[in-house]
Design a protein around this ligand. Structure first.
Ligand SMILES: NC(=O)c1ccc[n+]([C@@H]2O[C@H](COP(=O)([O-])OP(=O)(O)OC[C@H]3O[C@@H](n4cnc5c(N)ncnc54)[C@H](O)[C@@H]3O)[C@@H](O)[C@H]2O)c1
Ligand SMILES: O=C(O)CC[C@@H](O)C(=O)O
Length: 409
């Protein structure tokens, strides 16, 4: 259990993976200056050392926040994922320790959708192969296997923020859109939801994956699904590298069944730009390989930097957890003239009555109380007259089921 009511200059923030300057600017504007900024991710041992002193950490998709890393992070209050995906964070381990996790659920949606649309056009025209040949001095002027995108059938797997955005762009170019999702979804435009992945693969000329990494999506696209795709179709994956069985895709490409593929994410990705990228797909000219840059545009990175830094500063300054991916969401007003107690506890019977007893037994008047719970944890925020903040904090720390408690001045 930790008390993190600290002067802002003592709050240590570790930012990894070269998050955009807008994150630094936003944190500086909010008064946070004790920031260590690194352009790369850290391997587990180094990460454990650095995180030991950090109150906040900002990462992108490469940094793995495992149970062991959280174990070493005794001061950690919150994690900012400067991206959409949060599969690189052991969310349960974070929640168990009362560490809130935030991300940027929309800021790079458009960038991914634009990239996959462009890739679909290029692949249907055989551009990757013609381009590679031209670089080697070969002239492949031919209309063979070159198609317009207009009228083709697009099959989207995972009709969420990116899937729907891509769907709208694709329809505007005359594609007929179908999608498969585990949840029944309202179709945007004229898109049609189909009942099974097999049905989608049987009809689609272009297949694009936009699912999160979960136990159910891990290697959901393997030999069976590749066999169900139409001959001459294309496969695109800008979701997560573990969703597609890359060896099986390489075999299918060798057989000549597919017109091409565009892969942005890989089961193993280089840790930095200095490391070699190794993949069985490197040998295929008809495959567009990109280094996990679906969301890497100036616009997206700048927006993400600001959005996630604001969420971290807001949580640090006032306790608001709106849009946290693992915490009960509480939107809080400011608390001028009062002390604010933030109490994170196991969601077990009796905790709230014990908490309220702390105030009645000690004659502390509650000026405002906000409570949200979810399956495993509860988050209660209590505003009191500033004369009583420190006393209440001491008493709250010994309430049964307390995970973490801090006070904001
Ligand atoms: N390449 C990149 O740079 C990049 C950038 C942003 C996001 N991403 C990845 O894209 C993923 C999707 O992003 P989003 O914002 O659209 O997420 P989202 O949560 O809005 O949408 C995901 C959709 O997938 C569906 N889904 C979940 N499991 C499924 C399954 N087993 N089968 C079919 N559908 C399933 C969900 O119901 C949801 O509709 C992210 O989780 C992230 O991993 C990659
Ligand atoms: O910026 C990154 O490292 C990954 C971006 C992307 O995969 C996401 O989940 O938003």
């Amino acid at each position: 259990m930790a008390n993190t009511s600290l002067d802002k200059s003592k709050i240590r923030i570790l930012l990894l993976e070269g998050v955009h300057q807008s994150a630094l600017d936003t944190l500086h504007e909010a008064g946070y200056t004790n920031i260590e900024y690194l352009k790369h991710s850290l391997a587990e041992d180094e990460l454990k050392e650095k995180i030991a002193d950090a109150h906040f950490i900002g990462i992108r998709s490469r940094t793995q926040l495992t149970e062991a890393v959280f174990e070493a992070a005794s001061k950690l209050v919150a994690v900012g994922c400067f991206c959409i995906g949060t599969n690189q964070v052991d969310l349960k381990a974070a929640t168990r320790r009362g560490v809130a996790v935030f991300n940027a659920p929309f800021s790079n949606t458009r960038s991914v959708a634009e990239l996959v649309l462009a890739q679909a056009i290029l692949l249907l025209r055989g551009i990757p192969e013609k381009n590679a040949k031209a670089h080697r001095g070969d002239w492949l002027k031919s209309a063979k296997d070159s198609y317009e995108i207009r009228g083709k059938k697009l099959g989207i797997i995972g009709y969420g923020n990116i899937g729907t955005q891509f769907s709208v762009l694709a329809e505007s170019l005359g594609m007929k859109v179908y999608f498969y999702d585990v949840v029944s979804k309202l179709s945007i435009g004229n898109a049609t939801q189909v009942n099974s992945l097999k049905e989608l693969l049987n009809i689609s000329d272009v297949v694009s994956l936009h699912v999160p990494e979960t136990p159910a999506t891990k290697y959901m696209f393997g030999p069976e699904q590749l066999a169900q795709m139409k001959p001459g179709s294309i496969l695109m994956n800008a979701s997560r590298g573990t969703v597609v069985d890359i060896e099986a895709l390489a075999e299918t490409l060798k057989s000549g069944k597919l017109l091409g593929a565009a892969i942005d994410v890989f089961p193993v990705e280089p840790k930095s730009n200095d490391e070699e990228f190794v993949s069985p797909l490197r040998e295929f000219d008809n495959v567009i390989l990109t280094p996990h840059i679906g969301g890497s545009t100036i616009e997206a990175q700048e927006n993400i930097g600001r959005e996630v830094a604001e969420k971290l500063a807001m949580y640090s300054d006032n306790g608001t957890t709106v849009s946290s991916v693992n915490f009960p969401e509480v939107a809080l007003p400011s608390h001028p003239g009062q002390h604010r107690l933030l109490h994170i506890h196991e969601n077990i019977p009796g905790v709230m009555s014990e908490i309220n007893r702390v105030f009645s037994d000690n004659g502390i008047n509650i000026c405002g109380q906000y409570l949200q719970t979810q399956e495993d944890i509860g988050y209660v925020v209590i505003d009191v007259d500033k004369a009583y903040g420190e006393l209440a904090l001491e008493k709250l720390k010994s309430v049964r089921g307390t995970i973490r408690c801090r006070v904001l001045f």
